[in-house]
Design a protein around this ligand. Structure first.
Ligand code: SAM
Ligand code: SF4
Length: 329
């Protein structure tokens, strides 16, 4: 099992399949993109499946979420998922995507074994989308969402990040639209994980503010069954339910005490936290001929060293060197 000294067990594995992306969300990466990893640095499809298999078969991982960068850009995505879905015990498999190209592959992803998708959509307005992501691809995302729903990847979840003066006025509109389409919306507080280090706490739209914006139009009551557990989102019933909305207050109300995650970057590094400043090199060990027992021991040791919290509120907080897109959000 993947335990740490605070009694937490990691059962939820986030796998980044690539650090590349076809959008340039301003809260994530600069206009010119980043120094992408080269092919030799990336884990191969077989290496990814071997490590996921180890995590699921030996280390107690029960959920695998593929992310990036943009995971739909990974050519081997469908076969990787099919191989992971064939593992025993079968893990829950999900995908976090910006939705571009999802219209083409939603059915194939479902057939390969994807159980759920989270699609990021921050705005209903194509112009705001273009400003926020620096690409005119709003309609592609909407098409992707519709295809995911049609393929039965339900409930389709939406992730939205609000930025002050850019899209924060859309909070209630986004929720109304999501409910209308039976998508489950979650707002995420903007975190200091952008490559350009432009995050500014005073500019961040807080969970409290988000709830206030929503309460101007909807009645929100805490979801009674929602013992928050390891789920990062606090969920609210909208106008008495059954529709819900989630708010992930990673900065103002962090959920580190219940964190059950472990992360594998596209270049084969284990991270025990989004905000970790250190990594454990599984790729080097794997390519150096390590057997499964040795790899498992490295992974266990990486998690054992997990800190109590991300420490965003501490004066000594340092943003990790790698941005969200390289870690796998
Ligand atoms: N490209 C895919 C996408 O956008 O869904 C997957 C990777 S992306 C890094 C995963 C999630 O992280 C997205 O929902 C995105 O909005 C969110 N994200 C990126 N940068 C963020 C930041 N600085 N603070 C909070 N969320 C962020
Ligand atoms: Fe790409 Fe996702 Fe980052 Fe946007 S948030 S730039 S879609 S990786």
């Amino acid at each position: 099992m993947l335990l740490d000294t605070y009694g937490r067990q990691a059962v939820d594995l986030r796998v980044s399949l690539t650090d590349r992306c076809n959008l340039r969300c301003t809260y994530c990466m600069p206009e010119e993109g980043l120094n992408w990893l080269g092919k030799p640095e990336l884990l191969t499809d077989e290496e990814i499946v071997r490590l996921v298999s180890l995590a699921v078969g030996t280390l107690g991982v029960r959920e695998v979420r593929f992310t990036g960068g943009e995971p739909l850009l990974r050519p081997g995505l469908v076969p990787i998922i099919a191989a992971c879905a064939a593992l025993e015990p079968r893990p829950e498999i999900s995908l976090t995507t910006n939705g571009i190209g999802l219209a083409r592959v939603a059915a194939a992803l479902r057939d390969a074994g994807v159980d759920r998708v989270n699609v990021s959509l921050d705005t209903l307005d194509p112009d705001t989308f273009a400003r926020l992501t620096r690409r005119k691809r709003h309609q592609d995302v909407l098409d992707g969402l519709a295809a995911a729903e049609a393929a039965g990847l339900r409930p389709v979840k939406l992730n939205a990040v609000l930025m002050r003066g850019v899209n924060d006025h859309e909070a209630a509109d986004l929720l109304a639209w999501a409910i209308d389409h039976r998508y489950q919306l979650r707002f995420i507080e903007q975190m200091p994980l952008d490559a350009q280090h432009g995050w500014d706490r005073t500019q961040m739209v807080t969970a409290e503010e988000i709830l206030e914006l929503l309460r101007a139009r909807f009645e929100l009551t805490p979801e009674p069954s929602a013992a928050r557990g390891a789920a990062p989102a606090e969920r609210w019933l909208v106008d008495g339910g059954p529709a819900t909305v989630g708010v992930i207050a990673s900065v103002t109300r962090p959920f580190c005490r219940a964190c059950d995650r472990t992360r594998l970057t596209a270049d084969g590094q284990v991270r025990n936290c989004l905000f970790a400043t250190g990594e454990t090199d599984l790729r080097g060990a794997l390519r150096g001929g390590a057997d499964d027992a040795e790899l498992a021991e490295l992974w266990r040791a990486a998690m054992w060293g997990k800190k109590a919290g991300a420490g965003i509120d501490q004066p000594e907080f340092h943003q990790p060197e790698r941005p969200m897109s390289a870690i796998g959000g």
